[in-house]
Design a protein around this ligand. Structure first.
Ligand code: HEC
Length: 140
């Protein structure tokens, strides 16, 4: 038992760069995770219109829906993102991301991205940033 506990502690203490909220590198890391892992279903703006998302039933919701935003707390979003849809009784198509469990600050930043899809949210949100990317794209 003691040995088991010790092992768990060693694993938890492995050097891992845990960045602070608002750190540009953290913002970039979260954005990259969203683009590579989430956007395929949720769409680049979180509208639920990613290429894979459109074929699902139920489809991923529009994160821009203010009524939905108001109905969920961050704790639930954290459980969905880390544990997957099945963890909260949603579709299992919403995959778990167990590797993020040890990175609460990074998950917090992902939640901030999801929140930023709501209308009138902070201008550093994903719609705004995706817009920047879209404008930057055509240049060679
Ligand atoms: C394979 C497709 C797919 C991928 C990839 C995916 N999701 Fe989802 N996600 C879904 C679907 C489908 C739902 C809706 C489930 C339902 O309503 O039953 C969902 C629901 C959610 C919800 C809403 C939960 C609620 O309360 O309604 C959040 C937040 C979420 N996903 C975040 C993410 C994040 C962040 C990522 C990337 C780390 C991600 N998802 C990756 C398909 C996906």
């Amino acid at each position: 038992m003691g040995a088991l506990l010790g092992l768990a502690l060693v694993a938890a203490c492995e050097p891992r760069v845990e960045l602070k909220p608002g750190d540009p590198e953290l913002v970039r890391a979260a954005r990259q995770i969203f683009d590579t892992r989430c956007a395929n279903c949720h769409g680049p703006h979180g509208r639920g219109d990613g290429p894979a998302g459109r074929g699902l039933s139920p489809r991923p919701r529009d994160f821009g829906d203010p009524a939905w935003q108001a109905s969920v707390d961050d704790d639930r979003l954290r459980r969905v993102i880390v544990g997957g849809g099945a963890a909260v009784g949603l579709s299992a198509h919403m995959q778990a991301n167990p590797d993020l469990e040890g990175s609460p600050v990074l998950v917090g930043e992902l939640i901030r991205l999801v929140r930023a899809c709501a209308p009138g949210q902070d201008s550093k949100g994903m719609s705004e940033r995706a817009g920047e990317n879209a404008r930057a794209a055509p240049s060679p």
